[in-house]
Design a protein around this ligand. Sequence first.
Ligand SMILES: [Zn+2]
Ligand SMILES: [Zn+2]
Length: 572
Amino acid sequence: MDNQDIAFILNEIGEMLEIQGEHPFRSRAYHRAAYAIQGLAEDINDIYKENNLEKIPGVGKGIAERIVELLKTGKLAYYEELQEHVPPGLLQLIGIQSVGPKKAKLFYDKLGIADVEELLKAADEHRLKDLPGMGPKAEENVRAGVLEFQHLRERILLSEAYPLAENIIRQLDEFDFILRVSAAGSLRRMKETIGDIDILAASNEFSKTMDVFCNLSEVSRVLAKGETKSSVITQIGLKVDVRVVSPEQFGAALQYFTGSKEHNIHLREIAKKKGLKVNEYGVFEVKTEKRMGGAAEEEVYNLLGMQWVYPVLRENKGEIEAATLNNLPNIVNLSDIKGDLHVHSNWSDGLNRIKDVARAAKERGYEYVAISDHAEKLKIAGGLTVDDYRRQWEEIEVANKEIGGVTILRGTEVNIDNEGNVDFEDDFLREFDVVTASIHGGFSQNKEQLTRRILRAIYNKHVNVIGHPTGRILGKRPPYLLDLKAIFKAAAETGTFLELNSFPDRLDLKDDYLKEAKDVGVKFVINTDAHSIGQLRYIFYGLATAQRGWLEAGDVINTYSLEEMMKMLGKE
Ligand SMILES: [Zn+2]
Ligand SMILES: [Zn+2]
């Protein structure tokens, strides 16, 4: 059992307690502990061995005992007992907006509804509206919620799929008869959400390859097992397809199955003009049917007269033209990143102390990290007052002296209110090293109002960065309506940086917008918005999005040294 497994189970316990109508205090305790464990940088097995479970924030004696049972036996009697009273489909229901634990329980108790499909059927047949506390309007809301839920669940976050794929690839790679193995499809292109996981292997022993794949411990169900392709469902419910090809076809097959579809259509058109044919088996001369190559992906691109194209760019958005001119962007890499300007500490709703954040940043090899806690108007997140910040700065000063090798900066995440004002006066804002301004409420305003709010923040000369600019939460909330052209123009004019928030369900600004903004001269900062030191690793997903948005190191201020970056922020 690892951190994610434990967190998953604790979360489900919290949800089952909610459904059972237990005191909210009890379910919240489980959610808090799950959240804390999810964000841990250390392996929970090690924490247990050192006898430190109760030092994890939110983990008291009772929950610690449950964790011990799970770690020791891989099972938890209490969890199994709850599961007997709460069918698993019912847990999905509370994931639907407009359904919560109370309504889920009501639908189950009165109508025996125990999963999403049954709920949709009941709504279609108007069986919900006469239940206590419902009515036609509430029924329609539930129906809309279910449809939205089903639509969103068709794809999963890259951050859920990536570690699983990595794990499978690592295991397959250990067999001598599997010569090459790689992710393909949208996962290899690092799209923010993924349909299925596609993996491609090269081997001369097809059936042996299929055998080891279908027998991996991650597999819960084999959907189809064929000679060259198998599909399985994993323990965590994701579908994985593995294809096996002979080594001399690997490059062509990898190119073909990586896509995107649009990219490949464009490539085939180019091949045609050159008298060539490109497919999953190789590159062929049409006239003679002679095979020209295809063992390596580079061969495919080179035979078509262009540079090899990074998978993250293969969306037919100009990369083929650029590769033909030998002019692909030099995309930003993880090793370019020198710091993080948006990290929360336990002064607001973060988990860790400033010192721990600084040490974790140093361990990542960063030169600097800005503690950017919420400001006072965001009360639910423990927003800080002027006095709080002044005391925080004292702690930052002490930590800077104590730790060394990494510079802790005075940051803040102020709120852009409904009129576009931020929490503090100019004189106070000036004292921060970096001011990030974000929208955290009033999402339902119209496009003009929302745009005006952000523009006002951009024109505030003490605001350096606009945080998570479009406010979307993948799978939960669409981006708010904005006139992005006006915002990009204003950001470029004023030298205000736009954030690429690396949180896996945000990735905001998204790839297409990054490219569009870059083209009009906007500069960016790639932040994690980490609420615990474990989440600093999310920079990986931000980086992938930045690459998909064609960003180069020069476009991103946190690739610059501390001194250069402070100059760019107007702080010298
Ligand atoms: Zn925020
Ligand atoms: Zn934040």
